[in-house]
Every structure is written in structure tokens, then in C-alpha cells.
Ligand binder design. Sequence first.
Ligand code: AMP
Length: 278
Amino acid sequence: MPRSPMIVRTVPALRRAVDGLRAKKATIALVPTMGALHDGHVSLVRLAKRRAKRVIVPTQFAPTEDFGSYPRTWKADIAKLAAEDVDLIWNPDVKTMYPDGFATRILTEGPATAGLEDRFRPHFFGGVATVVGKLFTQVRPDFAIFGEKDFQQLRVVTRMAGDLDLAVKVIGSKTIRERDGLAMSSRNVYLLPEQRRVAPELYRAMKESAQALRAGEDFKTAMAGGAALVTGAGFALDYFEVRHAETLAPIASLKDGPMRILVAARLGTTRLIDNIAV
Ligand code: AMP
């Protein structure tokens, strides 16, 4: 039976717990999530356990525009984290993270203004960088694990940690998919049965475009083909793009470096994002 993780709700209690782990020379990995945990999150925790002696999971880390409407599954989340032998759950309330008068934010540029998610959620990466910056200084982890599923976020956080000389190694973890290719996401529960049926088309379209790019097809044609598959399946498309995998800058040739295809599209009111390497 794994032990129940320690649940910590105040900054002083977190400091004491982290100091205790550090005194024992334990390495620490941080796995930020928003709760409503699925197998994708569990895979991050497992990677964290392979990298570090102790694993800390902050829950509901980003009070984004989603925060109010996110599915709340606290009990089930704790049980999953206990089953993975997580050591500590950092569960501050909103006032602890954002005390009255909170007035400081991290300003993000570079990958955060690449013209992908930022076009549709203009304040999102500033919020992510600020809260993740806080988590990094609160916990001072050796490693932080983020999913490739949110690829732009992974790039923003990696850049922020490097730029601010935070002594944490940010590690990307591969996307966990359902059997039919749909990337796992807390939002998938909102898909109606018919929408759930067509949702894997997103992954299929990216794979088609990736194959066309690798086969040497003209970039515009290859990407237009994938985008047409997405809209043809009934999605409202936000973007379907190929970018440089590190900088997220636009890319026009196979010679320009490692590539990533990124997509965001809506089925009804549910917005899905995904990406793959080319
Ligand atoms: P969320 O709670 O959905 O904001 O995600 C918390 C962390 O889990 C982020 O680093 C995500 O990129 C990661 N994540 C979400 N879905 C998946 C997935 N299907 N596979 C791997 N990681 C994921």
C-alpha cells in the first residue's frame, strides 16, 4: 500500500516540508496540473518518479479563464496521486497564491508570442509563467515535468526557467493518447458522442500533413491538406501550422530545423489542441 501523500496548504508549511526533504539530500520533481487527473497526468508523475527521489504535485495551478469551469475531482485525484506514491500535494488556495494587492507578473515573449495559442488566449502565457515561476521559487525543484500535449506552454516555461536562471530542469513528457489517437485531455468529457467520434481526426490530419512534409511536398499544400481534413470533419479551425520545434517560429523548409505541427480546433464549445513532431 503506498502512503498517502502529505497535503500542504500554506507557504510556511511547504517551506518546512521542502527543507526537510532537502536536508535528506532528496532530489525533487514538480508536476504541475490543474486537477481532473487522467492517464496523461499519471505518465508525467511516473516520469518524475524516475528522475527524482521525491515528487511534489501542485493541483489547480493556473487560475486561467478555465479555472471556474474545470471539472472538480479532488478525491479521485488524491487517490490517483497516492497510487503513484506522490510524496506531497501542494494545494494552496487562491488567496495564498494571489494575496490581496497581488501586482507582479512575468512578461513573456518569444515562444509565448508565436501567434498560436496566444492569438486566442492573449493573457494565458503571462498567467502560466507567473504561477509556474511562483511554484518554482516556492518548491525549488530539481526537475519540472510538463506535457508535450501543451507544446507552446512547454516552450514558454522552458524559456522562462532558462531566462530567469531558475535552477530547475524542465522536461517534456510525451502525449498520452486514447486508442483511437485522441490526445487525453480533461476537456474530452465535454464532447458529445458524435463529437467524440470525429475528435481523433485532429491527430489523423496532423499525421497526414507530417507525412506529406517528409515526402517533400510543398509546405503550403501539405498544411492545407491537413487543415482541410480538420474542417471537413466538422471542426471550427483556430490554427493548423508547422513551426520550428524549439522557437515556434514559422518554418518553410525541411532544412530549417526540427519541426512540429500544432493544431487548435473547436467541436461545438469544446476546444481541443494537439501537436506532433514531423
Ligand atoms: P492540465 O491539468 O490539463 O493543464 O495539464 C497539466 C499537465 O499535464 C501539463 O503539463 C499538460 O501538458 C500535461 N498533459 C495534459 N494532457 C496530457 C496528455 N494527454 N499526455 C501527456 N501530458 C498531458
